[in-house]
Design a protein around this ligand. Structure first.
Ligand SMILES: Cc1cc2nc3c(=O)[nH]c(=O)nc-3n(C[C@H](O)[C@H](O)[C@H](O)COP(=O)(O)OP(=O)(O)OC[C@H]3O[C@@H](n4cnc5c(N)ncnc54)[C@H](O)[C@@H]3O)c2cc1C
Ligand code: FES
Length: 366
């Protein structure tokens, strides 16, 4: 529906459900392998979220179910549309499918929003947004949000890309830099081609370049997102420069096999804390489906819920993002990491299933 008067505009409600049907209304080819898909909610309502948060999607491709998370690249100051900017991983299952199959009129079910990596939960007046590749998406959401409000913030925006053909949002970054005095951006290329005539900085991140580009680094809160290798390099540069890591925040997109390694480590942690009394098996009751199953104490709840075919969101699978939270109605559980769970949700009885094992009979509100 195209809004044509003030009454229609004022009547629009906010995004309040955990699941939203969304229709693709525009596709933008950002680079040779990155597309932005713009969605409108159906029925139409406003997308309210914290800049930096992500949504979950579940797709069935050739009979196989896949869950993926994508950061909302747009800003809640423009709440009528929601942008997902997605890099095609040629070896992946979902991103090539999305690039080939999502076009104007396609429908998707969005779950969320979720995630603690956002500029509402982490507040600061002076920030460094540092990203590489598709890790630029949460930074763009925050930058667009602050610039749309002419916020009194000091924002330094650094983005690493391989070549000029790989710079995502190149024109918009230039425009924000030009229009907002509080926003300063620099793009650095690791492999500019000889014919590219790149006059900007080049090379991988190192401590000398970083302190050169950001002389007041130690006064800033750092938001970092990109490939795991890039984030490891950023952290080591910051350590070398004596940066207080309490002011460092990152988000991993973790597309490779590292999730499995994390879950294995969490399982091993759970096994260490199991005693004769807490060994199980215990009864796990799913209130909404009425299902009751026997569960060993060392089983990670999220894996068991998925194995039972019960729909549940997940993303980081390490207790950091909050996507997999469910309400526990009764019983004892233990979590290896609950950073992604807000205190008020914890007080209401929510747990993060990806880092939790059970220590008695438990009933969940799913
Ligand atoms: C919080 C969050 C936010 C995110 N936001 C964005 C975003 O804004 N934009 C974006 O583009 N991405 C984002 N991602 C990443 C996204 O969720 C997907 O991981 C990404 O699109 C790749 O998915 P895929 O299904 O195409 O690849 P997958 O099928 O997951 O494969 C990924 C890689 O794993 C390897 N692999 C897969 N299967 C095997 C196998 N059997 N053996 C060996 N190797 C294998 C392949 O090398 C492949 O390159 C985000 C992730 C998270 C967690
Ligand atoms: S999946 Fe991120 S906290 Fe569980």
């Amino acid at each position: 529906m195209l809004i044509t008067d003030l009454n229609q505009l004022q009547a629009l409600e906010s995004w309040s459900t955990r699941k939203t049907k969304a229709v693709c209304v525009n596709v933008i080819q950002e680079t040779h392998d990155v597309k932005t898909f713009q969605f409108r909610a159906e029925p139409q309502h406003l997308f309210h979220f914290k800049p930096g948060q992500f949504i979950g999607i579940q797709l069935e491709i050739d009979g196989e179910k896949h869950n993926r998370s994508y950061t909302i690249a747009s800003s809640p100051t423009r709440p009528h549309l929601l942008d997902l900017t997605i890099k095609l991983d040629p070896a992946g299952s979902v991103s090539p499918w999305l690039h080939a199959n999502i076009s104007i009129g396609s429908e998707l079910e969005l779950r969320g929003p979720a995630g603690r990596f956002n500029c509402f939960d982490i507040q600061s007046e002076k920030v460094l947004l540092i990203s590489a590749g598709s890790g630029i998406t949460p930074m763009m959401s925050m930058a667009r949000f602050w610039c749309d409000q002419a916020a009194d913030k000091n924002i330094q925006f650094l983005n690493w890309a391989r070549s000029t053909q790989d710079i995502i949002f190149r024109r918009e970054i230039g425009l924000l830099d030009h229009q907002y005095h509080q926003f300063a951006a620099e793009v650095i290329l690791t492999q500019p081609g000889l014919s590219e005539n790149w006059l900007g900085r080049r090379g991988r991140i190192n401590a000398t370049t970083l302190s050169d580009m950001v002389p007041d680094l130690n006064e800033r809160t750092v938001f970092c997102c990109g490939p795991d290798g890039f984030m490891a390099q950023v952290k080591s540069c910051l350590a070398e420069l004596g940066f207080d890591m309490a002011n460092y925040h990152d988000e991993t997109f973790d597309p490779g096999g590292k999730k499995k390694a994390k879950v294995a480590a969490l399982k091993a942690e759970a096994e260490k804390t199991v005693t004769a009394e807490t060994k199980g098996p215990f009864q796990l009751t799913f209130k909404k489906t009425g299902k009751i199953v026997d569960v060993e104490a060392n089983e990670i709840l999220l894996e068991r819920i998925e194995a039972e075919g019960i729909a549940i969101e997940s993303a980081c699978r390490a207790g950091n993002c909050g996507a997999c939270q469910v309400k526990k109605l009764t019983g004892e559980t233990k979590s290896a990491n609950e950073i992604g769970l807000h205190e008020d949700r914890r007080d209401e009885g929510y747990i993060l299933t990806c880092t939790t094992h059970i220590e008695s009979d438990v009933e969940l509100d799913i």
